[in-house]
Design a protein around this ligand. Sequence first.
Ligand SMILES: [Cu+2]
Length: 208
Amino acid sequence: MRTFLLALLLCASGASAQTTHTVVVRSFTFTPAALTIEAGDTVRWVNEDGAHNVSQLSGPEAFGRPDVGAGWTYEFTFSQIGTSTYQCDPHSGVMQGSITVTSNTSTEEAPDASASLTLASENPFTGSVRLVLTLVQSETVRVAVFDARGREVDVIYEGVAAAGQTDFVWAAGASRPGVYIIRATAPGLALSQGVSLAGKAEAHTGGH
Ligand SMILES: [Cu+2]
């Protein structure tokens, strides 16, 4: 009961607070086996019976308590976003768990705070134009091209883009000269960048 109340208090204490999550090690089981936390949160494994360990199988950062023993408590603060898996080595067939680390809520509330879509080549352009998408966190994005009347004329990319910078190139092909809007959208995110496709005559005009 005390643990339950503590959990409620931690939940109520604010989105940006760092939380400690408890995984109970008992009866050849990690409970909860699959835990989702925010970056900066701590996981505390409490071994309540038997000889076990926490042995990492995969994940973006190293953690674990490799010594097999009884009556221990082990804590680790996760900072890298991603999913880690682990097991208890002596009972690997039945004792497995995972920790999924998401970005903290204060980032999720304003995912586009530092996200941007910027031009990385000359504009107006001929042939193709290059853009750089900068993301705070990995997102499933759709990068598409719209004409001046708002019609979608091309899709540059659909899929996962990693946190940080990703280059995209739009090859205009046979598109008519004019203004186009390139939009990058993801859940909670909408970025756009106007570009201007120069006409062939204009592009190849030398000095007069
Ligand atoms: Cu075990």
